[in-house]
Design a protein around this ligand. Structure first.
Ligand SMILES: Cc1cc2nc3c(=O)[nH]c(=O)nc-3n(C[C@H](O)[C@H](O)[C@H](O)COP(=O)(O)OP(=O)(O)OC[C@H]3O[C@@H](n4cnc5c(N)ncnc54)[C@H](O)[C@@H]3O)c2cc1C
Length: 368
């Protein structure tokens, strides 16, 4: 029997964008999510590059709470200050962003069921008639049920908001120190007006993210900023740190997208742009499959072609800073500054696509 409809498990951004694009191409798409209020509570941050947001083709503007021009990268005593002339990223209200994705999917004709957890029995039932897309986050029931392998490397996170006087709302501060945030980093991000988000990620083998967060909050410069202000929200969560071994099973007609497939940047943990684009590629491949009988495995090839080099470069950068102590990262920062990289990153930096940045570097070198 030919399956000509799609069941998407998970109504995060990746699942909803997949369903929206499927519905636009005339395919019956039903989304199931265990949550009653989608996207809530927002356990993750919402720093997304402007170019990346545009690539998702969503009307995201109403979710924007702040606009960032640069970043201060701290390690040991050193700071690299990257400040672009043009805005680089928006900070978005993640609950609103989810609502926008929901509205666009439903307007396109997708059906979304909330409060609907999909377990093994339901998956078997849906799979009788529908292609399955697993967009069910970092610990995927779909991947487990269809034996597509499990992700083994995770970063554990904790983030909270504080009501403070933000000194410079145009930059995010990132702190690299493997003693404080093993294999990841800590951050201070001005979310909106006088709301500062304080967060940290640690390698899952290295203890408890809340304990690491408390240590970070006591750090001199952080304590000076948050003072005695009340913590507004505090949430622990996790980020997959490797791409799933298999993101499509042609024979079973099952695909994984977003965090379920580990489609995140191993440097920052950002997954909205890669996961959303993966969903769009998956939708287009499924459409070709249903309408013209083309193979589903094109999904993996097209995603790799579009994003494989960048995921590999992010992975390499993560491995480099994970292997050094803060003093050595600080030393690298100082050398980079001497070589003029502060200015280069300010002009040509790309937080999603380091491959484009390398291209610009080579072009600049050979254009001289
Ligand atoms: C602290 C933190 C900060 C982050 N900061 C950023 C950032 O600044 N920028 C960025 O781009 N990314 C960031 N990320 C990553 C980003 O949040 C994720 O990559 C993104 O949310 C993945 O979207 P998704 O739709 O794939 O999965 P999710 O958003 O996890 O959605 C999965 C959905 O599936 C549902 N679900 C799960 N199991 C089932 C089931 N069995 N049945 C039914 N429903 C189910 C869940 O309820 C959920 O709604 C951050 C993550 C964390 C933890």
């Amino acid at each position: 029997m030919m399956r000509d409809s799609v069941a998407v498990v998970g109504a995060g951004t990746s699942g909803l964008l997949t369903a929206r694009d499927l519905a636009i191409s005339g395919i019956s798409a039903s989304v199931y999510d265990q949550k009653v209020r989608l996207g809530y509570p927002a356990k993750a941050s919402g720093i997304i590059s402007i170019n990346g947001l545009k690539s998702l083709g969503i009307g995201y503007e109403k979710a924007v709470t702040n606009t960032l021009y640069g970043a201060n990268i701290h390690a040991g005593e050193s700071v690299m200050r990257i400040m672009a002339r043009r805005p680089q990223a928006h900070v978005l209200d993640r609950v609103k962003l989810n609502e926008i994705c929901y509205d666009e999917s439903v307007s396109a004709g997708a059906k979304v069921q909330t409060g609907a957890r999909v377990g093994s029995a339901k998956l078997d039932e849906l799979h009788k008639e529908s292609i399955i897309v697993g967009a069910d986050g970092p610990v995927s029931e779909v991947a487990r049920h269809f034996s597509m392998g499990s992700i083994k490397k995770y970063t554990l996170t904790y983030k909270a908001e504080f009501n403070v006087d933000v000194e410079n709302e145009k930059v995010v501060d990132l702190f690299f120190d493997n003693a404080l945030a093993p294999r990841f980093f800590a951050w201070l991000c001005p979310n909106a007006g006088d709301i500062l988000e304080v967060g940290i990620g640690i390698d899952a083998q290295n203890g408890n993210s809340k304990t690491a967060f408390d240590r970070f909050a006591k750090k001199e410069e952080v304590a000076a900023m948050i003072g005695k202000s009340k913590m507004l929200d505090g949430y622990a969560s996790m980020i997959p740190m490797q791409t799933a071994r298999k993101v499509v099973d042609e024979k079973q007609e099952v695909l994984l997208v977003g965090d379920a497939a580990g489609q995140v940047k191993p440097t920052t943990g950002g997954g909205i742009v890669f996961g959303g684009n993966a969903g769009r590629i998956a939708a287009s491949v499924i459409s070709d499959h249903i309408h013209s009988g083309k193979g589903l495995s094109a999904y993996e090839d097209l995603f790799r072609k579009g994003f494989g080099a960048d995921i590999a470069l992010h992975g390499l950068i993560n491995r480099i800073y994970s292997s050094l102590d803060a003093k050595k990262i600080g030393f690298l920062i100082n050398i980079s500054k001497t070589l003029g990289f502060e200015g280069f990153f300010s002009e040509y930096g790309d937080m999603d696509r380091p491959s484009l940045m390398l291209k610009r570097l080579f072009l600049r070198r050979f254009a001289k």
